[in-house]
Every structure is written in structure tokens, then in C-alpha cells.
Design a protein around this ligand. Structure first.
Ligand code: FES
Length: 74
């Protein structure tokens, strides 16, 4: 699922960046080689980098791939 429409980056890309140690929205944008444009995604990005666990889907939810990816990091 897209997190940022302006820069076309996805939840999966955010997860990958978090696994690499990105912990701030500015760090995420820098890591992805882009800058905020409309800014609408910034609160979501901030939430994701600060507390990625809170975005996990409940067990059995159709969109729990995010959970699986985070668990695979060890
Ligand atoms: S949706 Fe991310 S900058 Fe517009």
C-alpha cells in the first residue's frame, strides 16, 4: 500500500528503511531520495518510524504482511 502518493513509496519500503535503522521522517525521505511535497503523509510516516509495532494488523487480518516482514528481521 502506498504511504506517500507524491513520491510513490510504499509501506514495504518504509518497513525496509526502519529495519535499516531509519527512525525519523526526515531520515526516511532522505533514505528514499525524496522530499515531502504536499506533506499529507508526514504524520503517517512519523507514526510509522516512531512506533512501527502499533501499525501491525491483528492476527488473521488480510493485510498482516507488515507484521510478517517485521518478524522476519529477528
Ligand atoms: S503524500 Fe507524501 S508528500 Fe504528498
Amino acid at each position: 500500500m502506498y504511504v506517500c502518493i507524491c513520491n510513490a513509496f510504499t509501506e514495504k519500503q518504509v518497513c525496509t528503511a526502519i529495519r535499516k535503522g531509519i527512525s525519523t521522517p526526515s531520515g526516511l525521505f532522505r533514505h528514499l531520495g525524496c522530499v515531502p511535497q504536499c506533506g499529507k503523509c508526514v504524520p503517517t510516516v512519523r507514526h510509522m518510524v516512531k512506533d512501527p509495532e502499533s501499525l501491525l494488523s491483528p492476527p488473521g487480518h488480510h493485510d498482516n504482511i507488515y507484521h510478517v516482514e517485521l518478524q522476519a528481521t529477528g
